[in-house]
Design a protein around this ligand. Structure first.
Ligand SMILES: NC(=O)c1ccc[n+]([C@@H]2O[C@H](COP(=O)([O-])OP(=O)(O)OC[C@H]3O[C@@H](n4cnc5c(N)ncnc54)[C@H](OP(=O)(O)O)[C@@H]3O)[C@@H](O)[C@H]2O)c1
Length: 297
């Protein structure tokens, strides 16, 4: 599988496996997590996306348990994780409200806790999970620079940032932000027209796309026209509709890295079918038309 250099010293696989839903699987054993990771590795998917808050602050530890049981996996993978969302559950159950915290103290404590949860020495890519209205860009920028300098984190980036949020933070940092992880799919294609992707393309930054299957909604029966369009292309190319939905993102020139979140082993094994889809311009626009609900003007 193609690899993408996000920044000096950090390459991710073109498709990333997302671990948000890890705890929703009835089987969360280390064996099961390892089986999913191996199904990814067999296709060249080496990058795994986490966040401190996933599973109510429990998903990182599920990955950690798998890595403790199969330590040889660590050298074969890159781990992305995120911080800054504080929700009143789990270790933060005493908080009165859900909030964001981009203070240096919170970032430093989150890094240490993620390292220990996942039983790793270094986070490959740390993202600020959401833009924080109370972010002091000088303090936060310095904290991220220091995280890289400390060696606990290889690279830093952001998630759900708009171009102005990015510019503000980057203006106070020495380290180059490596990516912005945003929601992009056939049901959430506004980044293709609202300037979010154009901004990253101008900077030569590859974005990560969360919920590339719209959390499964793209493939469920609710969106009939979309479903029919995906199935038609899928049948033509001998793949499943998931592969077509991912190929639609891969074809965009912004070099989007989809972060796929299925817990189903059979679906995981077919993720890389996305590269077998012949997504010529008319096929791309056929799907875009179905997503818009009308032809382009
Ligand atoms: N940065 C952020 O703010 C942010 C926010 C959300 C997510 N993320 C990241 O993005 C990753 C992916 O998010 P996501 O899980 O929402 O992504 P997704 O890949 O769009 O959706 C995965 C969901 O789709 C379902 N699905 C797949 N194929 C299906 C089919 N044919 N029919 C019905 N359902 C189907 C899966 O169900 P099964 O498991 O049953 O197959 C799973 O629940 C997360 O794991 C996380 O790492 C980041």
């Amino acid at each position: 599988m193609e690899r993408v250099e996000l920044t000096v010293g950090l390459e991710l696989s073109r498709i990333v496996y997302g671990m948000w839903r890890l705890g929703d699987d009835p089987d969360t054993s280390p064996k099961r997590v390892q089986a999913k990771m191996e199904a990814c590795l067999e296709q060249g998917i080496t990058s795994f996306d986490q966040a401190d808050i996933y599973g109510g602050y429990t998903a990182e530890a599920l990955l950690g348990a798998a890595l403790r049981a199969a330590p040889h996996l660590r050298a074969q993978i890159e781990i992305v994780t995120k911080c800054d969302i504080v929700a009143p559950v789990g270790k933060y159950a005493d908080r009165r409200v859900k909030y964001y915290d981009t203070s240096p103290a919170h970032i430093a404590a989150s890094i240490d806790s993620s390292l220990s949860n996942m039983a790793i020495e270094r986070i490959d890519l740390l993202l600020l999970h959401r833009p924080d209205p109370l972010m002091d860009h000088f303090e936060t920028g310095r904290a991220l620079d220091e995280a890289v300098a400390s060696g606990k984190v290889r690279a830093v980036g952001v998630s759900n940032f708009r171009p102005h949020d990015w510019r503000l933070l980057q203006s106070a940092m020495d380290t180059r932000l490596a990516t912005n992880q945003i929601e992009i799919s056939l049901l959430r294609h506004d980044p293709m027209t609202n300037g979010d992707l154009a901004f990253l393309q101008e900077l030569d930054v590859a974005p990560m796309a969360w919920s590339p299957l719209a959390g499964g909604a793209l493939l469920s029966s609710g969106h009939n026209a979309m479903n029919a369009a995906l199935r038609e292309v899928a049948e033509r190319d001998g793949v499943g509709p998931m592969a077509v939905a991912l190929a639609w993102l891969l074809t965009h020139p912004a070099c989007i890295l989809p972060v796929v979140g299925t817990n189903t082993l059979d679906r995981i094994r077919r993720i890389s079918d996305a590269f077998a889809v012949d997504m010529d311009r008319q096929t791309w626009f056929t799907l875009y038309t179905a997503a818009l609900g009308h032809e382009v003007p």
